[in-house]
Structures are given as C-alpha cells and as structure tokens.
Design a protein around this ligand. Structure first.
Ligand code: NAP
Length: 505
C-alpha cells in the first residue's frame, strides 16, 4: 500500500515554502550543500545529457537524506527544458524518480495532453503527487485558459510560470493567484527581473511555494533569486498580509543596492516589512502597482524623479526648490515627497566641517551636483561650480545664486571642501580626471562616486593630506533618511552601511 500523497499542509510542515532548484552534473552536491538551510529540493534531471543515469544517484541521495522533500523534473526541450526524449520517456524517468523517493514530480501540460491521465496515474502509483506545469518564456498571455487546460487531468498541483516583461504582467499573475490560489494547490510566479515581486510575495497571495537558486549557482529560470536572498534578505517565508511593502522604482534598477540596504535595515530593526525592486519607467504603471500592493513607501530613481511631482499631496522644501523627488511616503492624504539626496550630501560633510561660510568646489553640474548646490548653499556655504560644459555650470549657478568657475581660474583659489559629482572613478568609466593633485587645495574631499568604494580621487586626496569622505556615506545617509521618513524611527545605520560595503567588496 503506497504512502498517501503529499498535501499542501504536509508539504509546508516538512519543507516550508521555498524550493531550491538544482541542476547540472553537480546537482547532488548542490542539494547536499542546500539541505542544512532548506529541505525542499527540485532535481532538474533534464539538465544533464542522460537523465536516466542520475536515477541511482537520486535514490541514494534520498535514502541518505530522509529529511529532504524532493521534486523531480525532466522537462522536454520544446517546453523550456533540456530533455531530448519523448513524453513517454519523460514519464518513465519520473516514475523511477518517484519510486526513488521523490514526493513530487513535475510534468508539463503538453505531456499530459499527449499521454492522457494514465500518465499521471502511473506517477501517482509510484508514490508521487503530480504538478502539472505551464511556462511562457516570452511574456504573460491570459492565464486562466492555461489553468483550464490542466483541469481535465485533475493534477494534484498546478504550476503557472509566465514571464513578466512589465510590472503590469507581474500584477496579472498576482491577481490570478488571488483568485485561484485559495486551495493551496497552485504554484505561480513570473520569470524575469520584473517578476521578482511575484517570487517574493507569491506565497502571501496563495502560491504553495516559491523557487530559489542554490547559493553561488546560476538559477534554473530567468530572474530566480538565490536561497539566502529569499530567506534572509527578503525573509519571504515570514511575509504575511500584515507585512508592510516598500520598494525602489525606476529604470534601470537591476544593480541597485537599495533592496539590500533597506531589507537589512528592516530586519535589523525587527520590522515586519519588505523592500522590493519595481523596475519601470512608466509612472502610471508604477502608481497602479503601488495602489494594488498597498506599497507604503518608495525610493524613486531615474527617470521618475520629476514625473512624480504632480502626484505629490505634500512635499518638503528640497523637493519644491529642486523639483526632484527621491522618496515617497504614502499618507492618508496621498503621497508625501521628500528629497533625501540633499541631506545625503549635507549630513556627511557637516560631520567633517562646519558649513557656514565655508568655500566649497563642486565638480560637475548634473543631478547630484544640483542636490549639493542647493543643500550646501542653504547651510551657508559659498559654492563654486566647475563643469566640463561651462554653460551648464553657469545656468545652475545662476539658478542657485552661486559661482561658476573655469578650470584655468582654479589656481587662484583654495577651498574648504571639494565634492566630485562627476562619474569619474566609477567602475568601467574611462573619462579624464576632473581635477589634478595640485588643484586639490582643500581640507576635505567628498567623492560621491561609491562603486568602487575606494576611488582614484579618494586615493589622490588622501595622498595630498585631505580628509576624505567616500560616496558610500551619501548613499547610506540618504537611505537612513528614507528609513526615518517611512518608519518614524531611528535607522540601524551601521547594519545598512555594512550591507552596502559587503555588496561592493
Ligand atoms: P549626471 O546628472 O549625469 O551628471 C554628470 C556630471 O558629470 C555632469 O556635470 C557631466 O558634465 C559630468 N561628466 C560626465 N561625463 C563627463 C566626462 N567624460 N568628463 C567630464 N565631465 C563629465 O549624473 P549625476 O546624477 O549627477 O551623478 C553623478 C555621479 O554622482 C554618478 O556617477 C554617481 O557615481 C554619483 N552619485 C552618487 C550618489 C550616492 O548616493 N553616493 C548618488 C547620486 C549620484 P556635462 O554637464 O558636461 O555633461
């Protein structure tokens, strides 16, 4: 008499809500390394040239690790996998995997359509519950018809995995989960970076579980997040309907360190909150996501910092003055907008020297320079702007009532502080230095560039005896101010700084 098939309840009890997908010739060592942190493993048998050859290893692994809960998958090539065999061969391999101890097997809808319910019965007879799955690697079509396609086969679980090419498509998946996930027998997430929110929030909206990639290893699907990121950074298993959602929005944001910094902050402060990346350049789409997910606060980056302005119910003086906003807080009256780039620059500099009546040279005249100019001017400093395009420096100087200066006139000046707000020193940036060693006549040098942490200008300034402030201080300071706006409590600055430095190391 075979053991009863796994149920949603017994699955959660045995294995939790995160499944790590392992693949390739190293799949068993990856699985062994994963087990101390996660006991739920998907074996992608189709990721090796001869899946059948892995079955004895699978049997041995599961005998040695009775604590593991295992899914076996042998996806055929036309449906996104690597298996070149027929549907019948797929079923035979999975039936073997089931008898080797896998509690679950995953077959694509097309396999069931080809072979009928007998294929599912064969797998169940070998002790495994059947996940019927459907993938779309291009986009998100209507999802209900894909669910309906599965109904005649009465699978134990259904899995729907489209690709989110937009946040709207990711929301479409969340809506489908809300409607059909109630019985705990649906697994759904969107592939792609824009699908991240579905991978993190999926279980909250009714997905039986979500997938992660093993540590230090490529995932088995685009946009898959590593186990430690999902477990410890997003704390995906602890997310409930009560969890407050925050996010960074803009395009591009794939390299943003904000999710790392703010999720670390929420965890350090023991707050039930999560911070997600929302990649979009479309404000209307962002506002729809924010409303539907009840996002409480946002970091706003390019190109939305200006387009958000008409949607602010209230804003701070810096936003009004500079007409650019990088922080949103949802209030009963609507969005409150703040600019924390200004205190992000003023704060660290103020800790190094008093600002009233100091003379400060700013290299560059772009967005970061703008925050520096207005913030430092209002703190009482005398500002000089030096920029490649003199006319741009002149225009900003005229707007703010400060000075523009030409490079050839630099030798006539000494400064209290110099701030680099050009991209010079950024990784992969090859521009000429905006200042030479002999022109660094100042006490303090603040390089806003923060990747790498140690920039050529910081090194040069240090060699010249200047006190230096690395750009990480601005990044952390603006984040600290965001945290305070969102939570009303003091921020765990050290933990935030540490997380950023670790990411940049
Ligand atoms: P931006 O608006 O594009 O402005 C860039 C400035 O650098 C412009 O004044 C530009 O001069 C100048 N520049 C660009 N390429 C140059 C080149 N090849 N030679 C000489 N000058 C050049 O950028 P942004 O938003 O102000 O950001 C500037 C830098 O600040 C970024 O690269 C980033 O590393 C840093 N930043 C750091 C933080 C932080 O949290 N630490 C935050 C924001 C920015 P033209 O006017 O002549 O084009």
């Amino acid at each position: 008499m075979p053991a009863p098939l796994i149920t949603p309840e017994s699955l959660h009890q045995r294995a939790g809500r995160i499944c790590v997908a392992v693949s390739g010739p190293e799949m068993f060592s990856l699985a062994a390394a994963t087990l101390p942190d996660c006991r739920f493993i998907e074996f992608r048998l189709d990721s090796v040239p001869d899946p059948a050859s892995q079955l004895p290893h699978l049997r041995q692994f599961l005998a040695e690790h009775p604590e593991a809960t295992a899914v076996a998958t042998c996806r055929r090539q036309p449906y996104g996998g690597g298996f070149h065999g027929t549907a019948q061969q797929e079923i035979e391999i999975l039936a073997e995997a089931a008898s080797a101890g896998c509690q679950l097997v995953d077959i694509e809808t097309e396999t069931a359509e080809e072979l009928g319910t007998a294929a599912l019965e064969q797998l169940r007879a070998n002790g495994a519950a059947v996940i019927l799955s459907w993938h779309d690697f291009q986009g998100t079509p209507a999802l209900e018809p894909e669910l309906d396609r599965m109904t005649p086969f009465a699978p134990d679980f259904r899995k729907i995995v489209p690709t989110a090419t937009t946040l709207t498509e990711a929301l479409q998946l969340i809506d489908m989960l809300k409607t059909h996930g109630g019985n705990g027998r649906l697994i759904a997430m969107s592939m792609g970076f824009r699908g991240t929110l579905t991978r993190v929030l999926g279980p909250r909206f009714g997905s039986l579980f979500t997938f992660a990639s093993p540590e230090g290893n490529a995932g088995t699907a685009p946009g898959q997040v590593s186990l430690s990121t999902l477990q410890h950074l997003y704390r995906a298993e602890a997310i409930t309907a009560e969890t407050s959602i925050y996010a960074v929005a803009g395009l591009p944001i794939t390299g943003s360190l904000s999710p790392r910094m703010h999720n670390t902050a929420f965890r350090a402060a023991k707050l039930d909150a999560v911070y997600l990346p929302l990649e979009t350049d479309a404000l209307a789409e962002l506002l729809a996501v924010v409303a539907r997910l009840n996002v409480r606060g946002l970091s706003i980056t390019m190109p939305l910092k200006e387009t958000i302005l008409p949607h602010l119910a209230v804003s701070d003086a810096a936003v009004q003055q500079m007409q650019t906003c990088n922080t949103l807080v949802k209030t009963a009256e609507g969005f409150a907008g703040y600019n924390t780039d200004v205190p992000g620059i003023v704060g660290p500099l103020q800790r190094a020297l008093p600002l009233a009546n100091t003379k400060i040279l700013i290299l560059g005249a772009g967005g970061a320079a703008r925050a520096a100019v207005f913030g430092l001017r209002d703190a009482g400093a005398h500002i000089y702007l030096l920029n490649r395009t003199y006319a741009r420096a002149e225009a900003l100087a005229a707007e703010a009532g400060v000075h523009a200066i030409r490079r050839e006139d630099l030798s006539a000046h000494t400064f209290d502080a110099i701030i680099n707000s050009t991209p010079y020193g950024m990784r992969n940036q090859t521009m000429e230095a905006p200042i030479a060693a002999e022109e660094m006549r100042a006490k303090v040098f603040f390089d806003l560039v923060y990747n790498p942490v140690e920039t050529p200008l910081l090194q040069l300034a240090r060699q010249n005896g200047l006190h230096v402030i690395p750009g990480v201080e601005m990044f952390v300071e603006q984040g600290v101010r965001q945290f305070i706006h969102w939570t009303g409590q003091s921020a765990p600055r050290e933990a935030m700084q540490q997380s950023v430095l670790e990411a940049l190391a």
